[in-house]
Ligand binder design. Structure first.
Ligand code: B12
Length: 445
């Protein structure tokens, strides 16, 4: 039996004004080109735990409208995020019309399994390793598939992670490959549609497993650039430092997503630098204390850190690690002054790069539920607008049109070649200032 793992892939914006404008933003395009080619680690992981008796193949579909023949198989395991979920459904429908069984899984499907079941023979909810394992057992035994496979009270231990099938990739198509070192996040922001939708626990993968995955990648790409597919690396400091020490001899360059607390730990920053960290992406969320207040559903931790944001960025960048600080536009309380506030913050903080996204109500998030109750969703079920660039909610202190128009205009100002160069210079200056001040301190001591 042949299983095709099919990932909906590529980057998306629903409103063509955004796509057209994006093409004129050099800094934005550069990052887009880097990330747009990342593979589906979820599917490679599931392929890795599929018994040898099944033939497996891996495929990516960027645009369903340009799809010629469907990848040949007896069962299609399809993965997508919300923005392309409807395309994934169309793909599943096409397979089923040809008599091929389909399985759907992922974050969106976990939030809306009944919706997905209209297009699939079976859906897998939660962390795929649990449900897929059961489904494959049923396939192997020739049993009829259940409609829904899920954790059923079990918790997946990342120590049991299967080795992702990087060998299924045409490695030359990618400029980075992903490895996952942790799942979950303690901060639980109201809008978060990432791995906290799959697991309520923060958990880390044992260091030796992460290293084994890096070594597997190196079989196909001797000196790879690794992008950790993590939501918040370094929450568990002991694990983090052990991991970084183990990575140091590997001569890697790597990128990850984390939170601002790394700035408090000089030893951690030093280990990050020594192990090849090029850049970290940090959700700063808002350039103002009022904006950030209450973005989390638990502790308001990010608000408590806000006053230190600029210094913290300088400390991280002082270690030669670039910060890509991310802002969410259209949070409750954000008015038309937001756009200039972001611009000012980016200049003042000296952050190397910036990501601006629109607050997006994803299914399964507390945000979606709240906006639905408040009657502030513009179009319910418009998953194609879940791109992080399109506006699909009514902000409290400006119109949706202002959010769309001014957000786009801000992008055009931030991502020019000149701005990108100016940010790179501020980053180099912060690094130099840090090195100089530390040399002085050593001499004085
Ligand atoms: C790498 C990445 C990409 C890559 C690769 C995407 C891909 N095809 O996998 C690229 C660059 C192409 C990409 C594109 C986009 N991305 Co992206 N991306 C990520 C990133 C950084 C890591 C994802 C990852 O590898 N996770 C690790 C794997 C192991 O987890 P997983 O995919 O969830 O898979 C597990 C389960 O969900 C399940 N599973 C998943 N699929 C299936 C399928 C089957 C059949 C089964 C059984 C199980 C199963 O099993 C897996 C193992 O447990 C995350 C942020 C993050 N830090 O996680 C954002 C993230 C996933 N992206 C996001 C977004 C918004 C986008 C874009 C819309 C951006 C845009 N405007 O174009 C597009 C959408 C693409 C699409 N198909 O819809 C959001 C998704 C939110 C949502 N719920 O929809 C995230 C969470 C970022 C965020 N913080 O909001 N992305």
């Amino acid at each position: 039996m042949h299983i095709a793992f099919v990932a909906m892939s590529g980057l998306r914006a629903w409103n063509s004004e955004i796509t057209d404008a994006g093409l004129t933003m050099p800094g934005f395009l550069e990052r887009s080109e880097v990330i747009a080619s990342l593979p589906s680690l979820g599917l490679l992981t599931l392929a890795g735990m599929t018994p040898d008796r099944f033939d497996v193949s891996y495929h990516e579909i960027e645009d369903i409208r340009e799809l010629g023949e469907l990848p040949d198989c007896d069962l299609a395991a399809i993965s997508s995020y919300s923005a392309q979920q409807k395309d994934a459904y169309e793909l599943a429908d096409q397979y089923r019309a040809q008599g091929v069984r389909t399985v759907l899984g992922g974050i969106h499907v976990t939030a809306l399994p009944q919706e997905a079941l209209e297009h699939a023979d079976a859906v897998v909810i939660g962390e795929g390793e649990l449900g897929w394992g059961d489904l494959v057992d049923d396939l192997a035994a020739g049993r009829k598939l259940h409609s829904i496979y899920g954790p059923d009270g079990r918790e997946f231990d990342l120590a049991d992670s299967p080795m992702p099938r990087y060998d299924l990739l045409e490695v030359e198509r990618y400029n980075r490959l992903t490895v996952q070192s942790q799942r979950g996040c303690p901060w639980r922001c109201e809008f978060c549609a990432s791995s906290i939708q799959l697991t309520s626990k923060y958990k880390v993968k044992p260091v030796e497993r992460v290293l084994a995955e890096i070594h597997e990648i190196r079989k196909y790409w001797p000196y790879p650039f690794i992008e950790f597919a993590d939501d918040n690396t370094f929450v568990e400091r002991r694990h983090s430092k052990e991991l970084l020490r183990a990575m140091a001899p590997e001569r890697l360059r790597w990128f990850t997503e984390t939170d601002i607390s790394i700035a408090d730990d000089p030893e951690l920053l030093e280990l990050m630098r020594e192990s090849g960290c090029a850049e970290v992406l940090i959700g700063l969320e808002s350039p103002t204390a009022e904006g950030i207040d209450g973005v989390e559903t638990r502790k308001n931790w990010k608000r408590s850190r806000f006053d230190d944001y600029r210094d913290a960025i300088a400390r991280i960048q002082g270690h030669g690690i670039a910060v890509n600080g991310c802002f969410v536009m259209g949070l409750d309380g954000d008015g038309p002054e937001l756009f200039e506030d972001i611009e000012r913050f980016v200049t003042d903080s000296g952050q190397f790069d910036v990501q601006i996204t629109v607050m997006t109500p994803y299914p399964g998030t507390p945000l979606y539920e709240r906006l639905q109750q408040e009657g502030r969703l513009i179009e319910e079920g418009a998953w194609e607008k879940c791109t992080l660039f399109d506006v699909n909610h009514v902000p409290t202190d400006m119109s949706p049109e202002t959010l769309h128009r001014e957000g786009l205009a801000l992008g055009l100002r931030l991502y020019t070649e000149d701005q990108r160069k100016a940010r790179a210079k501020r980053f180099r200056d912060q690094r130099r200032a840090y090195v100089r001040s530390h040399r002085t301190r050593e001499v004085v001591a």
